[in-house]
Ligand binder design. Structure first.
Ligand SMILES: [Zn+2]
Length: 325
């Protein structure tokens, strides 16, 4: 039945990778082993980047389906198999532009290293916190952990982690054993646009939206516009500005290269407080300086490929019973 269903999916969406693997047990009975599915219209979408297992993020910071696999057990073999197929389907030849976000499930760390050797492998901070709070309770430590994770540049990270040490030596030691490259923004590479199956529904909802940016991104920018009041901006020549914040923090922003020494702009590619202040000073609008990844036009493109509807079992072709690899 499952194989016939896969056959129908392949018929309706030619070019899709859909198959089931089975094992024959001692009694000669065929048993389900694992299933992999990546539909052809998804392979063409522009949101190849930012993989959350087999789910990417679209331009409105929402989940975008990439591929699905169902396996018997979560282990290295199955992760490696699924990721290998995905690398093929999405034609990933340079993994350095990829950011993989996982909960560090069993076997996945090695599988990512093998299949996407240059990718940045981040872990979900919510998941890190769930483990953290089992041993280190209290709101103060929770806030401290999140401040450490959110710090966008190294000196800020060091100051936050030092405060953690002073509050709880044990919590600090626990955190210090985790590789900061996987959970602290200050350690993340920039330029990965990563801070962030209702295809038709999403396409329709967005087509009614009148703006250059996707709604969730529009809201982020509106919030940034309010925050910019908290800093003072001095023009330094060319496209550079000096940003002075309360508590004496000071940064340099370059509108030309779209960078700030606090790294927040590079990490997210959406102008935030400092950048908005500089654009205001210039009497320029920050909207068009949001990465095109977050524009409505890009979003619409991602939901453009139509997933073809499929027939019910009454019409499934018997020849599709053959499992194709
Ligand atoms: Zn900044």
């Amino acid at each position: 039945m499952l194989e016939t269903f896969c056959g129908e999916l392949r018929r309706a969406n030619p070019g899709s990778t859909v198959f089931v693997e089975t094992d024959i047990d001692e009694d000669g009975v065929s048993r389900f082993r694992r299933l992999y599915m990546c539909l052809e219209p998804i392979k063409r979408g522009p949101y190849g980047g930012q993989l959350l297992l087999a789910v990417g993020m679209d331009g409105d910071n929402k989940m975008f389906p990439l591929a699905l696999s169902v396996v018997g057990v979560e282990n290295y073999d199955n992760w490696s198999w699924s990721l290998g197929l995905l690398v093929q389907d999405l034609q990933i030849s340079d993994s350095s532009t990829w950011c993989i976000m996982t909960d560090k499930q069993k076997g996945i760390v090695q599988a990512v290293k093998d299949k996407l050797p240059q990718a940045e492998h981040r872990c979900c901070v919510q998941h890190l916190y769930t483990n953290f709070k089992q041993m280190h309770r209290g709101l103060a430590l929770k806030d401290r952990l999140w401040s450490c994770a959110r710090a966008s540049y190294m000196t800020q990270f060091k100051a936050e982690i030092e405060m953690m040490k002073q509050e709880s030596k044990d919590a600090y030691t626990w955190l210090d054993e985790k590789d900061p490259n996987t959970w602290s923004r200050a350690h993340f590479k920039t330029g990965l646009d990563c801070d962030i199956l209702r295809m038709e529904k999403n396409r329709e909802a967005m087509s009614k939206h009148e703006d250059l940016l996707c709604p969730a991104i529009f809201d982020i920018l509106e919030k940034a516009k309010k925050e910019q009041c908290m800093c003072i901006c001095y023009y330094a020549g060319t496209m550079k500005y000096q940003i002075c914040c309360h508590f004496g923090d000071q940064f340099v922003i370059d509108l030309g290269s779209k960078t700030c020494t606090c790294r927040k702009w590079q990490l997210r590619e959406i102008p935030y407080g400092h950048a908005v202040a500089a654009f205001n000073r210039r009497r320029d609008k920050p909207e068009k300086n949001v990465a095109p990844f977050y524009w409505k036009s890009t979003y619409m493109k991602s939901y453009e490929p139509v997933l073809n509807p499929i027939n019910g079992p009454n019409l499934w072709a018997p020849e599709t019973l053959v499992c194709e690899l």
